[in-house]
Write a protein that binds this ligand. Structure first.
Ligand code: PLP
Length: 370
């Protein structure tokens, strides 16, 4: 699905230098590259605070820990997402409230959120699924009216830009109260191991998030909160300092690949290509088709022809055993149920060539003719 080796080879000299410098400095924990990366990402995102941490799941957990929520408080999440989004909610004794998603964008819808709000609702977690923003203007309006927190799960959409009705543009992850992201190797901005970050425009909240990520310590051996130990390794920060410079280029390469798939797969019977919304750029973390029938047979056919194809996500959150007795489900989640049976993600990455895409496209056409 990704070609991390090909991507590395193009920036090998820079990466190797950065990593070796870090090893030679022996500043493995909280070395200068970590702050340098936080500052560079702040500038890129135009956000006041970036707090690097160990992974995207920790970012979400730390975000929720900072909000002083109480057991039983409810957090609205899409039912069609990766487990991490809701797992931390369960872990903290909070209630993940799973709502359905839009059949076209796969993201949260205003109506579903409104229908799920109770007196216990404290936050909404929009996930910018597959690289495109959730409808943030509507979500922020609901949140403002109901005094809810918004924690953006930006693990799949770093670099995407959302445009408000008045023309104002903001990077996703910087619109809600807190944004969270992951630098897992296959994410759009991936390091060479685990990594994550939390963003906020609220300075006081930023300070608190930073403290919680570091054992709740406000000064040496003085601990104000129960925190965690969640750090971004200096080596990973050094790698990210190199890769951040290429993020826009990487997004452009993914977009070009997506344009080509769109063009070549348009109008094929039973296949729906990803729909792009007007108010967000799409950074194509995934290129996800809806396949009306025989999705699993198509996947198997592609795999038999050495083409990786993945189902994100085969099982909705509400059907995960882990959430039994913990989560709350709103409505019958018909869209989510249907998406789990029809979605299929094709390879998309920064090194994908037109020849490789032609091969994939032709195999899809061959399958449909059978
Ligand atoms: C990858 C991902 C995460 C978790 O990130 P990790 O760094 O693997 O912990 C959370 N949410 C979504 C939507 C993701 O895709």
């Amino acid at each position: 699905m990704v070609d991390l080796k090909g991507q590395y080879n193009k920036i090998k000299t820079e990466i190797d230098h950065a990593v070796l410098d870090c090893i030679q400095s022996t500043a493995f924990i909280n070395g200068p590259d970590v702050q340098k990366f936080a500052t560079a990402l702040q500038d890129y995102l135009k956000v006041k605070k970036v707090i690097p941490c160990a992974n995207g799941t920790d970012a979400l957990q730390i975000a929720m820990m900072a909000l002083e929520l109480e057991p039983g408080d409810e957090i609205i999440v899409p039912s069609f997402t990766y487990i991490a989004t809701a797992e931390v909610i369960g872990l903290l004794g909070l209630v993940p409230v799973m709502v359905d998603v839009d059949p076209i964008t796969f993201n949260l819808r205003k109506e579903d959120i409104e229908a799920a709000i109770t007196s216990k609702t404290k936050a909404i977690v929009p996930v910018h699924l597959f690289g495109q923003s959730a409808p943030m203007e509507a979500i922020m309006q609901i949140a403002d009216a109901r005094q809810l927190y918004v924690i953006e799960d930006t693990a799949q959409a770093i670099g995407a830009t959302y445009t408000f009705k008045d023309g104002r543009k903001q990077r996703v992850g910087t619109i809600g109260h807190i944004g969270c992201t992951s630098f897992f190797p296959s994410k759009n901005l991936g390091c060479y191991g685990d990594g994550g970050a939390i963003f906020t425009n609220d300075e006081a909240l930023g300070e608190k998030l930073k403290v919680i990520a570091n054992h709740g310590q406000i000064k040496k051996y003085v601990h104000k909160y129960i925190g965690v130990n969640s750090r971004l390794d200096t080596i990973q920060a050094a790698i990210l300092n190199v890769k951040l410079k290429y993020l826009d280029e990487y997004a452009a390469a993914r977009l070009k690949a997506a344009d080509y798939y769109d063009q070549e797969l348009a109008g094929l019977p039973g296949i729906t290509t990803p729909v792009r919304v007007a108010d967000s750029t799409h950074v194509f973390h995934q290129y996800t088709l809806k396949v009306e029938s025989n999705r699993d047979a198509l996947k198997a056919f592609l795999e038999a022809n050495s083409i990786p194809a993945m189902i994100y996500y085969p099982v909705p959150l509400n059907e995960q055993e882990a959430f039994r007795g913990i989560g709350k489900v709103i409505g019958d989640l018909t869209v989510t149920q249907s998406l789990c049976k029809t979605v299929l993600s094709l390879p998309i990455h920064t090194e994908l060539t037109t020849e490789e895409q032609d091969y994939i496209i032709n195999k899809i056409k061959e399958f449909l003719k059978k």
